[in-house]
Design a protein around this ligand. Structure first.
Ligand SMILES: Cc1ncc(COP(=O)(O)O)c(C=O)c1O
Length: 436
């Protein structure tokens, strides 16, 4: 791990936290051995700074690169607008074009605003919802980014967010006066949701839910949320930043007949170029005019051109069908490899966002060992798999062959009783942690 780890050691001294995204920290995969930086990437292949090539069977740009790295069609659209001028004093027409397309795909929505990252788009959605209802309290479930409105939930109880995708998020720096403005409830837990609704009756401005991540939404849960929002005059926001575009062309809420007042897209909407969209009903979105929500780079042209080209390709190539097919193969392959090696794992997640967990006392040791063994075989791999259009049958076959070998090795290590002795470095982290 020559150049990459040297550079990362240097980075940690001059960039607090080492990287800009927790999920890209090498410590989350294989501390001291992960190829932290890349030189180039194409399809699902990535070259590190030492010229080593890997097939990425992990998170494909942490969920952004649904079509694969450096997709030729998206890149061509982006290059065109770069050459034509990606920023001027005037607005670019793609803004209206993308709005019309998003409204056409989501007929319940009539208006759209844009941002460039998921977390800020969610902050915009919450601002609009609070502006509309003139009420402060947000009930939410799932992960929604780093902004104050969300982390404030941990001011009330520093473990409140633990079940919501990233454990251990520290709200230091979030004004303590925000305590009591955001409360998490568990996905599909209708009873818990209703308990909060009763407790904060008359003060709730927004209900914020990740449409889907690990489990399908239950009918009763969906209906209760919708009915409560309508009855109490609360704005229902669906976060589609990770779920969108993978199961269908648009938000996954269309499949499950969830009817939001707003939905938020990011990540896969633009295949790796910064872009985020907040779509919504006119009656709610108009409140954005009454609050100040404005930023220079929300007007640039690259993100819009990338989104238009990306959505077009998702549609024409029926990318969601590919992601579901490949995801199902991976899930079945993991289970088969576990069964034949005698390892106990639990497989879950919707097919395009699949993952598994080792069912042993020290799952993180085994997770680290799996990543180490797969890296030795030329794969970026962890216990999660985000499907991409760039993953073809040959990649799936090669990856599952390598997984078979790795699982046999891990099963033997488990049987011996000291798996940790096979690790060439420290055990990976599981959530947020200060690095030094
Ligand atoms: C559901 C969901 N919401 C919000 C975010 C935050 O998006 P970003 O990292 O682009 O700020 C993420 C990122 O993982 C996400 O998965």
């Amino acid at each position: 791990m020559g150049k990459s780890q040297d550079l990362y050691k240097k980075a940690k001294k001059i960039i607090p936290g080492g990287t800009q995204l927790l999920s890209k920290r090498p410590e989350m995969f294989l501390p001291e051995l992960w190829p932290a930086y890349y030189e180039k990437a194409k399809g699902c292949e990535v070259w590190d700074l030492d010229g080593n090539k890997y097939v990425d069977m992990s998170y494909m740009g942490i969920g952004a690169c649904i079509l694969g790295y450096a997709d030729p069609d998206v890149n061509a659209a982006v290059k065109l607008v770069i050459d034509k001028g990606s920023m001027t004093t005037l607005n670019c027409p793609e803004e209206v074009e993308l709005t019309e397309l998003l409204i056409e795909l989501h007929p319940w929505a009539q208006m759209v605003r844009y941002a460039r990252t998921g977390g800020e788009a969610m902050a915009i959605a919450v601002r609009i919802a609070r502006a509309k209802t003139k009420k402060d309290i947000v009930l939410f479930c799932g992960y929604h980014g780093w902004h104050d409105w969300y982390l404030s939930a941990n001011l009330a109880d520093d473990r409140a967010l633990d079940g919501h995708f990233l454990p251990g998020l520290n709200p230091l720096g979030v004004p303590r006066s925000l305590k009591g403005t955001a409360f998490p409830f568990n996905y599909n837990d209708t009873k818990q949701f209703l308990k909060y609704v009763r407790k904060h009756k008359g003060k709730i401005g927004a209900i914020v839910v990740e449409t889907i991540r690990n489990f399908e939404p239950e009918k009763d849960f969906i209906e209760t949320i919708r009915q409560t929002a309508e009855r109490e005059g609360i704005v229902l926001v669906l976060d589609e930043i990770t779920s969108g575009w993978r199961m269908n062309v648009g938000g996954a809420h269309l499949i499950y007949k969830m009817e939001p007042d707003m939905a938020v897209f990011g990540k896969a909407i633009s295949n790796g170029f910064p872009m985020a969209a907040i779509i919504g009903k006119k009656s709610v979105m108009q409140s954005a005019q009454e609050s100040f929500i404005s930023s220079t780079y929300w007007t640039e042209r690259v993100g819009l051109a990338a989104a238009l080209a990306c959505i077009q390709k998702i549609k024409v190539q029926n990318v969601p069908q590919h992601l579901i097919t490949v995801g199902n193969k991976i899930k079945a392959g993991w289970q088969k490899a576990a069964d034949s090696s005698g390892l106990k794992i639990e497989v879950s997640g919707i097919p395009p966002l699949a993952h598994f967990e080792f069912q042993y006392a020290k799952p993180l040791v085994l997770k680290t060992l799996y990543t180490q063994l797969m890296l030795e075989r030329g794969f970026l791999a962890s216990t999660g798999y985000y499907a991409s259009y760039a993953h073809k049958q040959e990649h799936v076959d090669a990856y599952l062959r390598a997984t078979d070998e790795a699982f046999v090795f891990i099963a033997k290590a488990v049987e011996e009783g000291d798996s940790e002795k096979y690790l060439n470095g420290p055990v990976c982290h599981s959530g947020f942690k200060r690095l030094t």
